[in-house]
Write a protein that binds this ligand. Structure first.
Ligand SMILES: *Cc1c(COP(=O)(O)O)cnc(C)c1O
Length: 470
């Protein structure tokens, strides 16, 4: 007979109480120090970490490691590449990473609820569903709407495009055509291709001088495609493009979609939560008419990376696309019951999933909605200041007033290469991180004010770094 393990009831994988408390305390001390340090963090880290990459890739040993040493190794790994969470990050779309959401993630993982099926964890599902209902309400979707958390907007959009395809085209989608613009995020094209649509049938609709989808041009393309025997089925609008933060004419797009019987999807990955502000509601008017909306709490709600949301006007359309019918609980169940407590496994491609709802629940209840609204209003205000200040400089061109919190500019009369050189110089000051984009075939520079840590002092620094390097 085999010997029973020495410490009965405790396995090596289940630390004793004191040891667990020690790990948590060390982690808390590290997080506290890290967060404090962000306020003076560089925009990017130097070569230093390169030597560490080898250590980081070492395979795990057979024997146990030491928590403090491992935490140290991780702390070194963090100081590598771009500092996405600091206040000077205005390149691409900055990541915020509010600490309360990180704690929620820790709690959710430690308690490990299974939220794929409501019968397994009704209260956890209710908690997530409540927040999804809140978001549907925020964006003024009707009672038939439902929300599902995903890993990000790319997955939310993929889920929506598959639902649109299956609703409008059924099994034979070879002739399906969809409409977007040059400013549409690449993830939409990628999703369409993953969904099996013909890349040749992705129509790029021209934009107006303000970079918004040209409705007349869209209508012409749809009519041409229909006349050619194709099946227009989807039009994608963006509420805040990644390059310039531009909002498409959502109301007109929705009318066009209705006129032609198309699905209207709105990609609100970056812009979505600005709907919490009065300005956002005005500029995104019409978004509530969408068939589906994707948005990223890990962008405009400042959460750590790994959470997106899909809001679907008609919950049944998601279920039609994704329910496999192998869940005994669901037999004979009506839409009302689904709306009451959803089985998330039937509303998207995932089965087992992270309990992401807690990452929304804890921060929103802890800080209150008003705290998020105020932070977003601050971002709008700061970007307006940036725009006004830069516009006064005759050495700069600012052809597009910001719809949201992205400010785009060009060096007047200078070549693309000069822009890249200028970008490098500004970056080297360490006072702000900005990025470039191709807009209408030419390089432009852009600043995206989105971190909850970015305040007026950082905007002043950014302005100084830009002016001194012109
Ligand atoms: C960031 C972004 C995406 C992609 O979202 P992920 O969460 O990175 O998958 C899609 N659309 C827009 C407009 C974005 O800004």
């Amino acid at each position: 007979m085999e010997e029973p393990p020495a410490a009965a009831g405790l396995s090596e994988l289940e630390p004793e109480e004191a040891r667990l408390a020690q790990w948590v305390a060390e982690s808390a001390a590290y997080i506290s120090e890290f967060t404090k340090g962000l306020h003076n963090a560089p925009v990017a880290y130097g070569e230093d970490s390169a030597g560490a990459l080898e250590i980081l890739q070492a395979p795990p040993a057979e024997g146990p490691g030491e928590f403090t040493a491992l935490l140290d190794t991780y702390a070194r790994a963090v100081k590598s590449g771009v500092e996405t969470s600091g206040p000077r990050m205005m390149a691409h779309v900055p990541g915020g990473g509010i600490v309360s959401a990180a704690l929620a993630e820790f709690l959710a993982a430690a308690t490990n609820r299974y939220t794929a099926r409501s019968s397994h964890a009704p209260a956890a599902v209710a908690l997530e569903h409540g927040l999804m209902r809140w978001m549907c309400g925020l964006l003024q979707l009707p009672d038939t709407a439902i929300g599902v958390t995903t890993s990000g907007t790319s997955m939310a959009a993929l889920s929506a495009i598959v639902a649109a395809r299956s609703h409008h085209l059924g099994q034979d989608f070879r002739n399906g055509t969809l409409y977007l613009t040059d400013a549409t995020h690449r993830s939409i094209r990628k999703a369409a291709i993953i969904a099996g649509l013909d890349p040749e049938h992705i129509r790029v609709v021209p934009v107006t001088p303000e970079l918004r989808m040209d409705i007349r041009a869209a209508r012409d393309l749809i009519n041409e495609d229909r006349a050619a025997g194709l099946s227009p089925f989807l039009i994608v609008g963006t509420a805040g493009t990644t390059d310039t933060g531009t909002v498409d004419p959502l109301r007109d797009m929705s009318a066009l979609a209705r006129e032609h019987g198309l699905w209207f999807h709105v990609d609100a990955a970056y812009g979505g939560f600005f709907y919490l502000t009065a300005h956002g509601r005005k500029i995104m008017a019409g978004i509530h008419e969408a068939d589906s909306i994707s948005l990223d709490p890990h962008k405009s709600l400042f959460l750590p990376f790994g959470i997106g949301v899909l809001l679907m006007r008609d919950a049944a359309r998601l279920r039609n696309a994704y329910a496999t019918g192998d869940n005994p609980h669901l037999e004979g169940e009506g839409l009302d019951e689904i709306l009451e407590l959803p089985d998330y496994a039937d509303l998207g491609p995932e089965l087992t999933r992270a309990f992401r709802g807690l990452q929304l629940w804890l921060p929103l209840h802890l800080h209150g909605v008003e705290a998020f609204r105020r932070a977003l209003e601050e971002k709008l205000r700061l970007s307006r200041i940036l725009y006004q200040e830069l516009r006064q400089d005759p050495r700069l061109d600012l052809p597009w007033p910001p719809d949201l919190s992205i400010v785009t500019f060009r060096l007047a009369g200078r070549a693309d290469a000069d822009h890249q050189e200028f970008l490098r110089r500004v970056q080297e000051t360490g006072r702000v991180s900005l990025s470039s984009a191709q807009i209408e075939g030419k390089v432009a520079l852009r600043l995206c004010v989105l971190s909850h840590r970015t305040h007026m002092e950082h905007i002043r620094d950014a302005l100084a770094a830009i002016r001194e390097n012109l």
